[in-house]
Ligand binder design. Structure first.
Ligand code: ASP
Length: 585
């Protein structure tokens, strides 16, 4: 692309031997300056395309990070000084005109990729940090992802509709950020946790296929893969079943992946939520490596070993674990598993026994001969392997072994390529809370699985068996996003509200407008949303989404650059009808 302007003819990183003899003007920041004798200086000038070496003969005032326009003739570097590591390494500019466009204080930290700089300092001076090659690559990849997603959705007939930021609460289950109303002191807008209700209204409004790259705000504790505000590719379509939604979303994700990596993922396999839990101990399994959880409950049906007298026993096998783990590390794993909620972690080494592989060390002595050989057979273990067993309630076993599996086997973020996976048949309710009241696993508009609607009537523990038409897209162990087929029938919706303990009055107050809309002809519909920050991070191999966001908040939710959040003045508070209470002691 031609990026020349009235001030520059060329980009720093694009000059090659083919340009030798041309007189060019380049603009950018002084990356490095090296003096060579009394007169000669080598200036590396940098813009977002790269660096070019410029030779200045004579005095000059250029310093690190000064912004300059340098004009001169392109010439070949002497063969012995060519730099094969640099795209422009064969050439240099023999400068005859220097124009300093802006002076600069010394940068607050070095801009090379080798120096590890405290994140708060990076974020305080993000404008300097953004000049780094890594940040330039990440933000430009992000833009490429967004535009590929748009293309991917639009080519399938999806229409971009912008939904409002100042709204009433959305039922995603996190805390809302709120904005006080000046016109109606004491009343508040909520910032959207997602465009959920509006996209459903778009379906009632006949939009048929909606999408938006939407900003969502959730007041939750921050983690490496979570920010207060994040972007989602949000979509909704009418007259669809979940297979249609998988098709739409897989297509858009494939477009974005291909745009960045050059390779189009073709495989988007499915796994049921139950299977994911049983085999990987997670609803977002990282399927890049095996080490699956193996069912051992029947092996210990009549066991004499107290540690294995539990409703559920499962195990995992670490190939070559005997050599890979020290005794100290094993003890550390036992402690970690206890922190994760297990009573303990049973471990054993697989060794060469008289009649084949045998178990040794750890809890091996508590197992009968039959149990030992059954464990070895079930786990397919060979000498040199370590086996780890957890015996407990089934959800605890899955959870702890699922985490242990990641701890022992998980490769770096995008090693081995991207492995997308649809997790289907999520339970409708994730638990029974106070007074046996079910807690929704997704939002309350999620359609139950058609085969399980009868279970809704049974109530009690049967509710936890109810599957929903909700699904997640997972990649390399990250939850990219979720969606569901929605309830468009008022009778089923009232039943769900009733089960969730949302009375008619509350339902009217919170979602009255949606329920009203459904009285005027709602098509069956469903949709999905996934985090574009997360997808971009996976594509560029960053394990922290802050690296792909231009101006993120720190882990504690602060912005060291603008100092947000910050107090507002008394007059402003007065106008909003607000008074600040002294901090609770
Ligand atoms: N609104 C949901 C979310 O943001 C996505 C969906 O159900 O479409 O998680």
């Amino acid at each position: 692309m031609d990026l020349s302007t009235s001030r520059r003819t060329d980009m720093c990183g694009e000059l090659t031997a083919a340009d030798v003899g041309r007189t060019v003007s380049v603009c950018g920041w002084v990356d490095r300056r090296r003096e060579h004798g009394e007169h000669l200086a080598f200036i590396d000038l940098r813009d977002h395309t790269g660096i070019v070496q410029c030779v200045v003969d004579g005095s000059h005032d250029l310093r690190g990070e000064y912004v300059a326009r340098l004009t001169g003739a392109v010439r070949l570097r002497p063969a012995d000084t060519a730099n094969a590591d640099l795209a422009t390494g064969a050439v240099e500019i023999e400068v005859h005109e220097i124009e300093i466009l802006a002076e600069a204080e010394p940068p607050p930290f070095p801009l090379d990729e080798r120096t590890d700089v405290d994140e708060t300092i990076r974020l305080r001076h993000r404008y300097v940090d953004l000049r780094k090659e890594r940040m330039q690559r990440n933000l430009r990849t992000r833009a490429a992802v967004n535009s590929a997603l748009r293309r991917g959705m639009e080519s399938q007939g999806f229409v971009e509709v912008e939904t409002p930021m100042l709204i009433a609460s959305t039922p995603e289950g996190a805390r809302d950020f709120v904005v006080p109303s000046r016109k109606e002191p004491g009343s508040f807008y909520a910032l959207p946790q997602s465009p959920q209700l509006f996209k459903q209204l778009c379906m009632v409004g006949g939009i048929d296929r909606y999408y938006q790259i939407a900003r969502c705000l959730r007041d939750e504790d921050l983690r490496a893969d979570r920010q207060f505000e994040f972007m989602q590719l949000d979509c909704e379509a009418s007259f669809v079943g979940q297979e249609d939604v998988f098709e739409f979303v897989s297509h858009a994700v494939a477009e974005a992946t291909e745009a960045v990596t050059g390779t189009r993922p073709v495989d988007f396999p499915r796994i049921t939520w139950l299977d994911a839990q049983e085999r990987y101990g997670s609803d977002k399994p990282d399927v890049r490596f095996a080490m699956e959880l193996v069912e051992l409950t029947p092996v210990f049906d009549a066991t004499e070993a107290r540690v294995f007298q539990a409703p559920c026993v499962k195990g995992i096998r670490m190939e070559g674990g005997v050599d890979a783990l020290s005794r100290n590390q094993i003890d550390g794993l036992v402690d970690t598993c206890k922190r994760w909620g297990a009573k303990g972690l049973a471990w054993m080494k697989v060794v060469d026994g008289d009649g084949g592989p045998a178990l040794d060390a750890g809890v091996a002595k508590f197992l009968s001969a039959g149990e030992s050989s059954a464990v070895i057979a079930a786990l397919d273990a060979v000498p040199g392997d370590m086996v780890f067993l957890v015996a407990d309630e089934r959800p605890v076993v899955r959870h702890v072994l699922g985490l242990l599996r990641l701890e022992l086997g998980r490769p770096p973020v995008n090693e081995g390529g991207l492995h997308f996976l649809w997790v289907v048949d999520f339970p409708l309710f994730e638990a029974l809370g106070d007074g046996g009241r079910p807690v929704p696993a997704h939002h309350p508009f999620t359609m139950p699985h058609p085969d399980d609607v009868d279970l809704l009537e049974q109530g009690g523990d049967a509710l936890l068996e109810v599957r929903s038409q909700a699904y997640d897209l997972v990649c390399n162990g990250w939850e990219l996003g979720s969606g569901s087929i929605r309830i468009h029938r008022p009778d089923i919706q009232s039943r769900i509200f009733e089960l969730l303990g949302i009375g008619e009055e509350e339902a009217r107050a919170k979602f009255g407008f949606l329920l009203d809309a459904f009285r005027f002809g709602a098509p069956p519909h469903g949709g999905f949303a996934f985090g574009t920050d997360r997808l971009t991070a996976l594509l560029v191999g960053e394990s922290n989404i802050r690296e792909v966001i231009a101006f993120p908040k720190t882990q504690s939710g602060a912005d060291p650059l603008t100092n947000a959040p910050s107090p507002i003045d008394a007059a402003h508070l007065e106008e909003l009808g607000l008074r600040i209470l002294p901090p609770a002691t």
